[in-house]
Design a protein around this ligand. Structure first.
Ligand code: MN
Length: 327
């Protein structure tokens, strides 16, 4: 059964729906969640958005109607509300939605994942998972349209932002004609790309720019120039007064290097090192992240390793060089 049909059947049967996304949600998770919530409300479904934690202030503009609840706020207001359908967007792992929200999901009659991450075929056949979609927002847009719900301005901004963020501004190989045809419709709703871009990216202080400059000035590359990496230490966040969440985009700057194949960013987090990978398309960094206990997409993936920066960095760089058959 195709995924549109699957989606329609489940929506038809459901009167009340909860939509959630993964913990530490990004704009793809939140944007897809809010867009689906607004759309399904238009066809008279009772829809609630519940995340393990409330939205970070910087995402609040995407939620004009204040539909997203933290688990605690939701429980206080709705006590033991039972729902027909529980939708999880931007992950296919029930373990990634948080302990409390996971319990909530178990109480629902039906469970549906809407996602674009590569996953086991068994899951794909049961859920709405399209690995060719550039963002969960792209898939959510198609699902919303399949129900005949118009893409209003309120629905379009979160969807546009989803795709903008997950494709690092439309630069990844997953961006297709289909992606742009949807984007065109989103723009037709009246949202403006420059405003949408600045609302998510153009919110930084000078101190942010200075930290970025410092980090980029210490970029390392392999002899061949195909692998580049940057490092972020916890004391730098303090020194420059920058939030950890604001540093995710730093790595993308490495992709403008002429010979780059794999970009990495190492971030010190307590006793762990969080490692992000980006690829220009030739190398599958999902495999690399998996080999190190993580996951993600072909062009964008991540993992976490226990250990000190000075131990983890050489270990990982050696693995990448092996993968690329470099000395
Ligand atoms: Mn995504």
């Amino acid at each position: 059964m195709d995924l549109i049909k699957k989606f329609k059947q489940l929506i038809d049967k459901a009167e009340s729906i909860i939509i959630s996304t993964h913990i530490f949600p990004d704009a793809d998770g939140i944007g897809s969640q809010i867009a689906l919530c607004l759309a399904l409300s238009k066809i008279n479904k009772k829809v609630y958005c519940v995340n393990e934690e409330g939205l970070l202030p910087r995402y609040l503009y995407l939620d004009q109607e204040k539909r997203v609840y933290s688990f605690n706020r939701f429980k206080k207001k709705y006590k033991s509300l039972k729902t027909d359908l529980f939708i999880v967007v931007d992950t296919y792992s029930i373990d990634r939605i948080g302990e409390n929200v996971r319990r909530l999901a178990m109480e629902s009659k039906n469970l549906l994942f809407i996602d674009h991450h590569p996953c086991p075929p068994e899951l794909m056949s049961l859920h709405c998972i399209d690995t060719s979609a550039s963002a969960t927002g792209e898939l959510a847009g198609a699902l919303i349209q399949s129900l005949g719900i118009p893409l209003s301005k309120e629905i379009s901004l979160p969807l546009y932002t989803s795709i903008l963020i997950d494709t690092s501004s439309f630069r990844y190989p997953t961006v297709s004609g289909k992606t742009h045809r949807l984007l065109a419709q989103l723009l037709d709703s009246g949202i403006q790309p420059s405003i949408a871009y600045n609302q998510i990216y153009g919110t930084k202080e000078v101190s942010y720019l200075k930290l970025l400059g410092k980090i980029l000035s210490e970029t390392k590359v392999t002899e061949e120039g195909t692998v580049a990496w940057i490092c972020l230490y916890e004391n730098q966040l303090k020194k420059y007064n920058v939030e950890y969440e604001d540093t995710h985009g730093f790595i993308n700057h490495l992709l403008i290097l002429k010979k780059i194949k794999v970009a990495c960013m190492f971030k010190e987090r307590g006793e762990n090192v969080k490692i992000s990978f980006r690829s220009t398309g030739d190398v599958n960094v999902e495999f690399l992240a998996q080999a190190l206990g993580g996951g993600g997409h072909k062009h964008s993936a991540a993992t976490t390793r226990r250990g000190l920066m000075k131990e983890v960095i050489p270990e990982v760089i050696t693995k990448i060089k092996l993968m690329l058959k470099e000395r």
